[in-house]
Design a protein around this ligand. Structure first.
Ligand SMILES: *Cc1c(COP(=O)(O)O)cnc(C)c1O
Length: 381
């Protein structure tokens, strides 16, 4: 079976992890700060805070921005459920902004209209979470321009997009957002097995995020209630979690990060081959905005005839090609239907979903395999 995504593990990765296993610290040692510095430097952000998953990162990002049971949070319907669940975990209400059918990303125009309406009924969101589907950056400038009119914070869910660029800057530099979140799950661009990171330019958020990832305990708290208690002493000032990344995971991340640009280059080469091979078929490939460079987490195609999708999907799997579909619209998940959402709430996302198919894409995929995948698809269509 050709998988739809696959990690790449080298001897350097193995050595990097083994070194931690025989060192003094399996967790809370030097590898996590080393990984954080490497990420911050790579994306051009002042701060990076590593956690045990992007799901955790999204959760504490919402908490740090003050999302609570009185808040609304808006995200994209064409995403993994974690982009919306983070708000529910804070007790907030979730709503979905429809997507641009050309990219599958949050549509700035739809956002503008929805915000104008929300303002008129006093239900403006506290936070908006655009998602860079497939690694293709959202139109962040337009999204930020609209959101800033209402003083709304922005968390980028860049789980697919480490190594992506927008306006010649790396996604994660937070030029148009408050916080950016990356995932290091093995199907993503670089992996720590499980892991995530938050980046921000806002120094005021850093101690809050670090406290939230570790039980709400802050040893460097400037305002200790009992400053003279002793060196053993720490204080918990708020309710936090244990969302820390271990040094074992961080060591894998440090080692993987050194190959990030090779990975995105390879993914882009393969995407180009797909694009050329598929250009005459009754489908469109989903392409990034012209002023951006995509890390190409997923190779998404949009079939002109959605009635064929399931048949094509099954036949591709029969041919040992693990195609996939990203994503079933989040608002139609049973959990969100129970919150009152209905079919038709995000018509562009729902139509696009019915047409989408994800083809295999990962650095080790060979040009011959891409040919085989395209031949198979061509025969089926
Ligand atoms: C993978 C993914 C997440 C969750 O990442 P984890 O690190 O597995 O928690 C969140 N959002 C999107 C868009 C994702 O693809």
């Amino acid at each position: 079976m050709i998988p739809y995504g696959k990690q790449d593990i080298t001897q350097e990765d193995i050595d990097s992890v083994l070194n931690v296993l025989t060192s003094d610290f399996l967790t809370q040692g030097p590898k996590v700060p080393e990984f954080e510095s490497a990420i911050a430097q790579y994306v051009g952000a002042k701060h990076a805070i590593a956690v045990n998953s992007a799901t955790s990162a999204l959760h504490i990002a919402c908490m740090a921005l003050g999302v609570d049971e009185h808040s609304w949070v808006w995200t994209s319907p064409l995403t993994f459920v974690a982009s919306a669940n983070c708000a529910r975990l804070c007790g907030a209400k979730v709503d979905f902004v429809d997507v641009d059918p050309a990219t599958g990303n949050m549509c700035p125009k739809a956002l503008e209209l929805k915000l104008a309406h929300a303002a008129s009924i006093g239900k403006l969101p506290k936070v908006i979470i655009p998602v860079h589907l497939a690694g293709h950056s959202c139109n962040m400038q337009a999204i930020q321009q609209v959101a800033s009119q209402y003083d709304i914070a922005i968390i980028e869910d860049a789980s697919h997009a480490i190594g992506s660029r927008y306006h010649d800057k790396h996604v994660g530099c937070c030029q148009f957002s408050d916080i950016c979140v990356f995932s290091f799950h093995p199907v993503k661009i670089v992996t720590t097995a499980e892991g995530g990171v938050l980046t921000t330019q806002n120094s005021n958020l850093v101690s809050k995020l670090k406290s939230l990832r570790s039980h709400g305990i802050d040893k460097n708290c400037a305002e200790l209630l009992r400053p003279d208690e002793g060196d053993w002493y720490y204080e918990q000032h708020e309710l936090g979690l244990n969302y820390r990344m271990s040094d074992i995971h961080a060591a894998l991340g440090v080692s993987q990060l050194a190959r990030l640009d090779n990975y995105t280059a390879k993914r882009n080469e393969l995407a180009k081959q797909y694009q050329q091979r598929l250009s005459k078929l009754p489908l469109d490939t989903i392409e990034p905005l012209s002023n951006s460079y995509s890390a190409r987490h997923l190779l998404l195609i949009k079939l002109h005839n959605p009635t064929k999708r399931k048949q094509v999907f099954n036949a591709m799997r029969q041919a040992n090609i693990q195609v996939h579909v990203h994503y079933f619209p989040v608002h139609l998940q049973p959990y969100y239907l129970a919150q009152g959402f209905n079919e038709g709430d995000a018509p562009q996302a729902e139509t696009l979903y019915s047409q989408l198919l994800s083809l295999p894409l990962y650095p080790e995929l060979t040009p011959a395999q891409v040919d085989y995948i395209c031949d198979t698809l061509e025969a089926l269509l």
